[in-house]
Design a binder for this molecule. Structure first.
Ligand code: ADP
Ligand code: MG
Length: 527
């Protein structure tokens, strides 16, 4: 699929600047194909899957079409739900960073109409909203259509499914005829084609088609995480699987820079590669990766194109890629030369739809997996240390050290004590998390396999079992059904949780809130 550089799309300098700040490296296929005809004034029907960048495909030309000196309403973007309206307007605000005179406002049901009317009086040029509420304002004359030059139907198929057809038709019939009308949709049911016949003029159909893609034989897993735990999730996967060389993909240049900084902060040997780097800088990073000075390479899709390294054990998709072709390119970096490779994808919220599309069009199985718990990781680290110790023992030449230990033995320490102390010193740094040991968790009074945790709020704080359950499941991603008995007393609560998740829960819930109360959580003292 052909992709263009944003530089080739004749967008204003202000938009180019904002896109640069957002770290977009190149236009996605739907953006490459839709932006030029929209800028030329054509009506279009844009068909592309979720997550392919449709917002920018209509949002960027829409912004450049607005006359900044005219404070009247000039464009309407219709979205099926309040969430999507908010999401689109947030993205539009980012595009508008260097065009502060263009104002956008999301408008949707459920928000006080008076406040919306006040907002609209401030001179809004682009309104983004649900059809019902937009029509409402249109009928109240708080939205005047006389100067509207563009109407966008985002997720048109969904809006029709939700029964917005009449509202949409009413809106379209009241906007001046010489407007531009853009339809965006993941599918093209007959109803949409009927609408386009009635309300569009010679629309260009832009369909981002899916090619048959062959996926290399790589073990593919995905992990559902919350946005704020992505870094932690990635770190755990790296620690757990301990790959010799790995590549991490981000969707933006800024994403690469931020992730590299965070990984370095956590002590990983990682460097980034993206289109803003000079050739000499890239060469330097690549030679470090090849000679093992760094073992993690973080990159954008574009920057990774020329890279040829054979023994990458794991490819991480820190962001779900924009299109399935990228996914295939990314995971094709591993499993080369007859080796087995792994591809791990972190998935946040709605990205799951994108992942489903990727599965469908690549005809591959991407299996959901639980993130390793802190105790899993500790075990892995312990094993690494034990292996090292065995290696040293096998090499021998220890007489000098044995002599030192004999000295300590005279001070009435046992050799076991001494070995344990040395191991602790050797592992010192790795234990910064301060995990509660399994033996301690076993003594908290929970049933077999469970640990009982104490939380310092209870009935007096209006806390109910479902609040505790919801907070734990929501914060940690551990399925609610794994949580055991929840006993609520006036001033405190006991909750039984699976032992292997206890440390995760303690870490995540620490300093967190339940029903607005800041809590303290710790292992119960037992019987
Ligand atoms: P769609 O509407 O097709 O589902 P969105 O417009 O919501 O997709 O875009 C999905 C994500 O991709 C957003 O986070 C957006 O910021 C990002 N994105 C859009 N275009 C690009 C691009 N050219 N490069 C990198 N990221 C992009
Ligand atoms: Mg969208």
């Amino acid at each position: 699929m052909e992709k263009l550089r944003f530089e080739d799309l004749s967008l204003s300098n202000e938009l180019m600047h904002a896109i640069q700040d957002m770290g977009f490296e190149e236009a996605t296929p739907i953006q490459s194909q839709a932006i030029p005809p929209v800028l030329e004034g054509h009506d279009i029907i844009g068909q592309a899957q979720t997550g392919t960048g449709k917002t920018a495909a209509f949002g960027l030309p829409c912004i450049d079409m607005v006359d900044e000196d005219n404070k009247k309403l000039q464009a309407i973007i219709l979205c099926p739900t309040r969430e999507l309206a908010i999401q689109v307007s947030e993205e539009m605000r980012k595009f508008l960073k260097y065009k502060p005179t263009v104002k956008v406002l999301p408008i949707y049901g459920g928000q006080p109409i008076d406040r919306q009317i006040l907002g609209l009086k401030k001179g809004i040029q682009i309104v983004i909203g649900t059809p019902g509420r937009i029509m409402d304002h249109m009928n109240r004359r708080t939205l005047k259509m006389d100067n509207v030059k563009m109407v966008v139907l985002d997720e048109a198929d969904e809006m029709l499914d939700m029964g917005f057809r009449d509202d949409i038709e009413e809106i379209l019939s009241k906007v001046p005829e010489d407007r531009q009308t853009l339809f965006f949709s993941a599918t093209m049911p007959r109803e949409i084609l009927e609408l386009t016949k009635r309300y569009q003029k010679n629309p260009k159909l832009i369909k981002v088609v899916h090619q048959e893609l062959t996926v290399p034989s790589v073990e593919q897993l995905y992990f559902e995480v919350k946005e704020k735990y992505k870094l932690e999730a990635l770190s755990r996967l790296i620690d757990m699987y301990n790959p010799k060389l790995s590549m991490i993909f981000c969707n933006t240049k800024r994403g690469v820079d931020e992730l590299v900084e965070h990984l370095q902060g956590r002590g990983y040997f990682a460097e980034g590669l993206h289109g803003d780097l000079k050739q000499t800088q890239r060469d330097r990073v690549m030679s470090k990766f090849r000679n093992g000075t760094i073992d993690i390479l973080v990159a954008t899709d574009v920057a990774a194109r020329g890279i040829d390294v054979d023994d990458i054990e794991i490819v991480f998709n820190y962001d779900v890629p924009q299109d399935e072709e990228y996914y295939v390119h990314r995971i094709g970096r591993t499993g080369r030369a007859g080796r087995t490779g792994r591809a791990f994808t972190l998935v946040v919220g709605r990205e799951i739809y994108k992942l489903r599309d990727i599965q469908k069009y690549t005809n591959s199985r991407i299996i959901q997996h639980q993130l390793p718990s802190l105790s899993d990781i500790e075990e892995v680290k312990m094993n690494i240390h034990l292996e090292k110790i065995k290696g040293v023992l096998e090499q021998g030449h220890l007489s000098k050290q044995i002599h030192m230990i004999e000295h300590l033995l005279q001070d009435e320490y046992t050799s076991l004590d001494i070995a344990a102390a040395l191991l602790k010193m050797a592992m010192g740094d790795d234990q910064k998390e301060d995990l509660i040991a399994p033996q301690v968790l076993a003594q908290t009074g929970g049933p077999e396999g469970m640990a009982r945790l104490f939380i310092n709020i209870g009935r007096n704080h209006n806390v109910r079992a479902k609040d505790v359950l919801g907070a734990i499941a929501g914060e940690t991603g551990i399925p609610g059904k794994l949580i055991g008995t929840i006993d609520i007393y006036d001033k405190y609560t006991f909750v039984d949780v699976p032992k292997e998740h206890a440390n995760d829960i303690l870490m995540r819930m620490k300093n967190n809130q339940i029903k607005g109360n800041k809590i303290n959580i710790e292992p119960a003292k037992g019987k």
